[in-house]
Design a protein around this ligand. Structure first.
Ligand code: FAD
Length: 335
């Protein structure tokens, strides 16, 4: 904003009508390399051996810069050792999402790593970062062997603990007898596993371990992680189903007359504007637009899918009503 406009704006505030500005606010501008010129290893496609990371790739932010620095460093090191480049996938890390967005879509404004950019954000959590990345980091030579050993121990213990919880399969009546304070829903299936019980707000792993000490006490140090895993599990599964469905419905047509600016769904103003400008013809085309997050695609898909379904149902009803009226008319005609 130009300094004179800043001054006018500040002086709009009644007690500041005589204020002076000693140092006006300023915008930070910088040049960047179009990141679609990079490969997923962050190496410049046209200049082998040159790796770029950080703000120069069109991002902004400390973590964004650090994440790319780490990945470019890993790959530069591998190249120096004549090893093939490595990439992280979108399903296993935010670094994977960040780099994939940069190199495949490019940027039109400084890129920030929002969680909404990740399709599988319910499984990309800080509590399970070691399971997702530490073992891989060890293979790449950037994790110490003591940390690796600990990650392996944790991974195996969590797997065993989840198997033990899954094996605790009791009827809802038995669970009610064992944990009377918790309202176990009758609507759920008749048999519930320990993992399903852990999804109840008032059921902690410690409570289950006190009821089944032999099976669960060995894992009590992971109580919090197991609770988080159990609570997130149904969300992760439905998230996965949603994304698979969207991938299958790539060719779904988006109505030409759709008014993105007033669509009654949860979409940010920026997303609405991008869709309104580009007016993609299919869901797949919308997915590939820069600035369109996976969360936005899910909202759009649900809206169009259910709107079409409602339309089909109402057409069906109208047709049936018409057929009904015709039948009545035929029946009333003299034979
Ligand atoms: C005022 C301000 C506030 C910010 N606040 C935040 C915030 O709160 N949170 C956040 O996440 N981000 C913030 N950012 C953004 C964040 O600082 C940057 O996106 C991030 O630091 C970029 O890191 P980088 O390593 O890519 O680049 P830089 O940190 O700019 O590092 C580039 C380095 O290269 C050096 N260099 C340049 N040319 C040469 C050369 N020819 N030879 C050798 N060295 C060279 C520079 O001196 C610099 O040290 C802020 C930025 C600004 C300007």
């Amino acid at each position: 904003m130009p300094p004179d406009v800043q001054l006018r704006l500040i002086r709009e505030i009644p007690p500041l009508h005589k204020a002076e500005i000693h140092m006006p606010g300023y915008g930070v501008q910088y040049d960047f390399v179009c990141p679609t010129q990079l490969s997923p290893s962050l190496q410049v496609k046209s200049t082998q051996g040159l790796f770029l990371a950080g703000q120069i790739n069109g991002t902004t932010g400390y973590e964004e810069a650090a994440a790319q620095g780490l990945w470019a460093g890993v790959n530069a090191g591998r190249r120096a050792l004549s090893k093939p480049p490595v990439a992280l996938s979108r399903t296993e890390s935010y670094i994977g999402v960040l780099i994939d967005d940069l190199v495949s879509r490019g940027v039109t404004e400084p890129y920030r790593m929002f969680t909404s950019r990740a399709e599988f954000r319910t499984s990309l959590r800080p509590d399970n970062a070691d399971l997702r990345l530490t073992l891989k980091g060890f293979e790449l030579g950037c994790v110490s062997s003591s940390r690796h050993q600990e990650a392996v121990r944790v991974k195996n213990s969590l797997q065993d603990a989840l198997a033990a919880l899954q094996a605790l399969s009791l009827s809802t009546t038995s669970w009610k007898r064992k944990i009377p304070d918790v309202h176990v829903s009758e609507a759920k299936s008749n048999m519930l596993s320990g993992i399903e019980m852990l999804q109840y707000k008032d059921v902690s792993f410690q409570v289950l371990a006190s009821i089944f000490p032999e099976a669960l006490l060995p894992f009590v140090e992971f109580s919090q992680r197991l609770k988080i895993e159990a609570v997130y599990r149904p969300h992760c599964e439905s998230n996965k189903r949603e994304i698979q469905r969207i991938q299958k419905e790539e060719n779904m047509s988006l109505p030409e007359d759709i008014d993105y600016l007033s669509l009654p769904v949860s979409l940010s103003k920026e997303v609405r504007e991008v869709l309104d400008r580009a007016r993609p013809s299919t869901l797949g085309a919308a997915t590939r637009l820069e600035g369109i997050t996976p969360a936005a695609v899910v909202s759009l898909f649900n809206y169009v899918y259910f709107a079409e379904k409602r339309k089909r149902t109402s057409h069906g009803n109208q047709r049936r009503q018409k057929e009904g009226r015709e039948e009545e008319l035929c029946a009333s005609l003299p034979q």
